[in-house]
Design a protein around this ligand. Structure first.
Ligand code: PMP
Length: 305
């Protein structure tokens, strides 16, 4: 990742990619207190355009507020930074990674007067789990790792340290022959994937866990709205793992994963064992919107030019 051409926005400057470095005593590297986003820009008729940029920046600010990290830039400055890195790196489409982290002014949990740094990087990143996953669906395993408790690390912030839990779950799922983990909340109800929200479909109704133990996903919100517009009922409720086993369809949503069908959970086939009809409708609607092919929701796309 580090050895490539291009520029990264780093504390207000465009820094050559290979020189965008930070010290080994960077506080966030040691304790994981930092916040970030995952954002995508799509190739549209109007050139590269960033999907729901305002909402991602808003969540980044909320995450920083939860973690008590003062933001040294305004929302407008950061939105502009996102547009700049896609444009300056001449990316037709991109994954963007803004991150807010502490500097190396002090060590230890009591460290104060730490400088808050911000980067925004962008690179080309095709389908997160491969193009085939979007069509065929993926195999998932219920994780032995519990998702975050609302009073331990909380769930509203997209915080760096939260992702060791995701990585442990994903490693376990992959070593067990699956492609993604399904994580349960501390009470044993379905929460989310390692980096995705989860939905199931049963008898034509769409269900998803409420956001108590999962990230308030922007793709989740988008898909719920698109589902309503297509006349489907969406219910937010507690879901058990066996409800997923007997669902007609299941899928993950996320900026990276987009709308990825789930074809199997814990060795049990879900529905017909491939992308279901409602998943197909929503996936197509999502791709139409993000790629600027739908006249509606044009305001969700921010052109970089
Ligand atoms: N849950 C977790 C844990 C995630 O990391 C992500 C990805 N940001 C999501 C859900 C989906 O969120 P979004 O749709 O905003 O990308």
């Amino acid at each position: 990742m580090a050895d490539r051409d291009g520029v990264i926005w780093y504390d207000g400057e465009l820094v050559p990619w290979r020189e965008a470095k930070t010290h080994v005593l960077t506080h966030t590297l040691h304790y994981g207190m930092g916040v970030f986003e995952g954002v995508r820009a799509y190739a549209t008729d109007r050139g590269a355009a960033i999907f729901r940029l305002k909402e991602h920046t808003e969540r980044l600010f909320m995450s920083a507020h939860i973690m008590n990290m003062p933001m040294p830039y305004t929302r407008d400055e950061l939105n502009e930074a996102h547009r700049t890195v896609v444009r300056e790196n001449k990316l037709p489409h991109a994954y963007l990674r803004p991150m807010v982290f502490y500097g190396s002014e002090g060590m230890g949990l009591r460290a104060s007067n730490l400088k808050v740094h911000v980067i925004v990087a962008a690179w080309e990143w095709p389908a997160y789990m491969g193009a085939e996953a979007l069509e065929r669906g993926i195999k998932v395993r219920t994780s032995s790792y519990t998702r975050h408790h609302v009073n331990i690390s909380m769930t509203r912030a997209k915080a760096n340290g939260n992702y060791i839990n995701s990585m442990l779950a994903l490693q376990e799922a992959i070593s067990g022959g699956a492609e993604e983990a399904l994580m349960l909340d501390p009470e044993g109800y379905v929460a989310e994937g390692s980096g995705e929200n989860v939905f199931i479909v049963r008898d034509g109704v769409i269900y998803t866990p409420d956001v108590t133990s999962c990230l308030d996903g922007i793709t989740r919100k988008t898909v719920i709205q698109l589902a309503h517009e297509h006349g489907y009922t969406v219910k937010e409720k507690r879901i058990t793992r066996d409800e997923v086993y007997i669902a007609d369809e299941a899928f993950f949503t996320g900026t990276a994963a987009e709308v990825t069908p789930i074809r199997e959970l814990d060795g049990r086939q879900i529905g017909a064992g491939h992308r279901g009809p409602i998943t197909s409708v929503l996936q197509k609607a999502y791709f139409d919107v993000v790629n600027g092919r739908s006249a509606e929701h044009a305001s969700w796309l921010t052109p970089v030019a």
